[in-house]
Design a protein around this ligand. Structure first.
Ligand code: GLA
Length: 396
């Protein structure tokens, strides 16, 4: 069932009437600029046509007790504002992990002086969890819309994104950058987004007319709450600290040119050097890639995507054999301009830019060859860049 119908039906069953509102927030795919958002670099994501939906209503009484139903796994939890800071449900038990994303958003909003009124809600995600397409950011941004709808405050999308990031960093405990929440909040139909993660200035870039964005899900799942992501971020911070002895004034790896990095890289411990080299080179790659995309030179742009994958595999070491297999097959198929893992890595999806006329055949061949090699059934789909989180007017 489509998540839009699932949440509406679940809401009716659980709360005995129609929801007052329906909102959605998309997942995202990142085209270029991986693991650089928390180093003040440039990222190029797009919001996708898969989203988290939330059906919700304010409470009829003056109760402060919110009830959330996670329709994907038929679970529910209730909490009050008093329980949020300690991650405690209304019955005194710890909040389940899935509830920490919405509760974290309520916490971050309240901390920022924008109270999150109690609500009844059913939500479900069309963004597969652990797939590298930012299901968690989409849940956060969907709830931010819900709370905004029921309040007298209104925040610009980027502010909602920043509060979602704060929730994830300080409440959920994943030290992520701003990219995912930004893309989910600020997405624009049929466009790539280009964000400067330092200034937070952003613009859209055209998706070239004859190019399809193909997402290939290895069907291997990962979890960022296990600490692997935070370790990568820590390595970047370690590198910055050592390099700043030699390069005073640098505030992030973004400030380190490739020449400077090469000059001082022998000061870094081996593993830290590899991690930081990926970041410095990836930021350099995105600087080269932006004009290529603007000029419509998709072939050269695709080459840079391929280089990005190699760097994530060999230097940042966030790939896995299944992602490498998916990328190798894709790169050998006709019509493929570029292919690489997308998002944090450790499992999940690849992103491919493919000649539009070849896209169907590409998807079929990629699925067949991947399954033959790994024994796993992948999901491959041609995706459309979409608008960001919003209320859905038509609830039918
Ligand atoms: C995850 C994080 C993002 C970003 C990517 C890697 O998706 O949430 O902030 O760091 O990994 O580019």
């Amino acid at each position: 069932m489509h998540p839009k119908d699932l949440v509406t039906q679940t809401f009716r069953q659980r709360f005995g009437k129609d929801p007052a509102y329906l909102a959605l927030a998309p997942g995202r795919v990142n085209i270029l600029g991986e693991h650089v958002d928390y180093n003040d670099g440039f990222v190029m994501p797009a919001a996708i046509d898969r989203a988290t939906y939330i059906a919700f209503s304010p409470l009829d009484d003056n109760s402060e007790r919110s009830t959330l139903v996670a329709a994907n796994f038929a679970e529910e939890v209730s909490f009050t504002p008093q329980g949020i800071p300690t991650k405690t449900a209304a019955d005194g038990s710890p909040l389940p992990e899935w509830a920490c994303y919405p509760a974290g958003v309520a916490w971050a909003l309240t901390e920022a002086g924008h109270p999150a009124p109690a609500l009844n809600a059913a939500f479900a995600s069309g963004v597969p969890r652990g797939s590298g397409l930012s299901s968690s950011a989409s849940v956060e941004m969907a709830f931010a819309i819900a709370w905004q709808t029921l309040s007298d405050w209104e925040l610009p999308p980027m502010q909602r994104a920043l509060l979602g990031q704060k929730a994830e960093n300080q409440y959920v405990g994943v030290n992520c950058g701003i990219m995912d929440q930004f893309a989910s909040a600020c997405g624009v139909a049929d466009k790539f987004l280009l964000l400067d993660c330092r200034s937070l200035e952003w613009q859209t870039l055209p998706v070239p007319e004859d190019v399809a964005i193909v997402i290939a899900d290895t069907s291997v799942r990962r979890k960022l709450t296990d600490g692997t992501y935070n370790q990568r971020r820590q390595a970047c911070e370690d590198a910055l600290k050592i390099l700043s002895v030699h390069l005073p004034g640098i505030k992030a790896l973004r400030d380190v040119s490739l020449d400077d990095f090469n000059q001082f890289s022998d000061q870094l411990p081996g593993l830290v050097e590899k991690r930081a080299r990926h970041v410095v080179e990836e930021i350099e790659r995105s600087r080269r890639a932006i004009p290529l995309l603007e000029q419509g030179n998709i072939r050269a742009f695709g080459q840079i995507m391929n280089e990005c994958h190699a760097s994530l595999r060999d230097l940042y070491e966030v790939s896995i054999p299944e992602l490498n297999t998916m990328v190798e097959i894709a790169q050998s198929l006709p019509g493929c301009f570029g292919a690489r893992l997308t998002g944090a890595g450790f499992g999940g999806c690849t992103v491919n830019l493919v000649e539009k006329t070849a896209a169907q055949a590409f998807a079929a061949d990629l699925a067949r060859q991947y399954e033959a090699k790994t024994g796993l059934k992948p999901e491959i789909y041609i995706c459309r860049a979409s608008d960001g989180a919003r209320l859905v007017q038509d609830k039918s």
